[in-house]
Design a protein around this ligand. Sequence first.
Ligand code: IPD
Ligand code: CA
Ligand code: CA
Ligand code: CA
Length: 269
Amino acid sequence: MNQEQRQAIYQQAKDWVLEAGKTIRFKINDPLTISTKSNPNDLVTTMDRDTEYFFTSNIKQTYPDHAIVSEEGYGDELESLDGTVWIIDPIDGTMNFVHQKRNFAISVGVYQDGIGEIGLIYDVMADVLFSAKRGEGAFKNESPLPQLSENKSFYESILGLNHFWLCDNRLVDEKVMQSLVKTVRGTRTYGSAALEFAGVAEGIIDGYMTMDLAPWDIAAGIVIVNETGGKTTNAFGEPINMLQQNSVMTCNPVIYEQLIEEYTKKGRK
Ligand code: IPD
Ligand code: CA
Ligand code: CA
Ligand code: CA
């Protein structure tokens, strides 16, 4: 994808993201129809589905040769990332959407032959758009985001992670993770993977690690974090496979080695 093609798709994607966000804000106090998916806490609403349909119907009409990977079932079943692929989470942070009516995001990534070209993460209620094009830097609304600080010590870092790391879990010894949270300055849990990626890109948190995310949770975030000099792998330093679920570690490279070598790999089950 050349710069001109990237710019044209970016502009279209951005227009759709802002329009979808405006619709959600307009309807934020309407009664919600909430259903559950894999378990009673795995929520989905008509707003998730309608927003996804807005994107998929527009993409299919405008770019019939592009493919779509998305959460709520309107996308395609893909076995490869060949060609242009839109990877969409219509509402990332549905639990926040339902319970808080804020702290959720629309996440749209556009990949070309498996390479992240465009990332858009829209904090809908705050009306803040994080965006990036590969090789062209990342932005928070119209302001360029600076490169992540190199003057950051492990002990002064704030990590995005949730409490499941501290409970008995299938990936990493919880004792090792307990020692991690005692070593760093602080931890945060936002409840939207996309907004945690945006937080890493902005440098307001220094890392985010999570056990099990889908491609639509991370596709846009990876592009944006890349552009501010951050690094993303799975929790053990292995490459992310964008066609399946992954554990995820995204962070300021200054703390990456220590996180992987002294904690996740060391405590790996
Ligand atoms: C969820 C959020 C949450 C993360 C979950 C995701 P959803 O996405 O990103 O922060 O911990 O694993 O599934 O379902 O609200 O789009
Ligand atoms: Ca969901
Ligand atoms: Ca999600
Ligand atoms: Ca979602």
